[in-house]
Design a protein. Structure first.
Length: 158
């Protein structure tokens, strides 16, 4: 692994990324095993409405987790505060002191990265607990719409 890290670039936390990939694979495997054990079957397809609902909910949940001030205590062990970054959002950077901590910090500061995990969880939720998942996704979608309306309102006031 040391030779690969040297050839790839010393500054990248490859062991931490492997840990993140392994964690994701383990969670997906556990969900698949739970489905098999409980007899839960995948639907033939997801509706367009569910896809849109999950998409908007994933967007809002990823912003909430990775950028909003209120969730900064969850990110603090893995990140360093830098500055405010707009309406109720913060700019943070991953800590550099440990490859695993750095990789988790990148996941917790990147809405694109977190979105994969969140979308996977919400999609699995549609299979295992569709009513609850639609409830949570509807609430997140409503908050996303409210955020957009608040931004438009602020622009119109100016």
């Amino acid at each position: 692994m040391t030779r690969i890290r040297q050839a790839y670039g010393q500054g990248r936390p490859l062991p931490g990324y492997l840990l993140a990939i392994g964690g994701y694979a383990a969670l997906v495997g556990a969900v698949a095993a739970a489905g098999r054990l409980t007899g839960v079957r995948l639907p033939r397809r997801f509706s367009f409405g569910d896809t849109v609902l999950i998409s908007v909910a994933t967007h809002k949940a990823s912003r909430l987790l990775t950028k909003e001030a209120v969730t900064s205590p969850l990110r603090a062990p893995f990140t360093r505060y830098e500055a405010p970054a707009g309406h109720a959002e913060l700019k943070e950077s991953p800590r550099e002191d440990d490859p695993a901590r750095h990789a988790i910090g990148e996941l917790l500061t990147c809405p694109f990265c977190a979105g994969v995990w969140i979308a996977s969880g919400l999609t699995a939720g549609l299979v295992f607990a569709p009513r609850l998942t639609r409830l949570v996704s509807t609430a997140l979608t409503a908050v996303a719409a409210s955020d957009a309306l608040n931004l438009v309102y602020d622009k119109l006031k100016s």
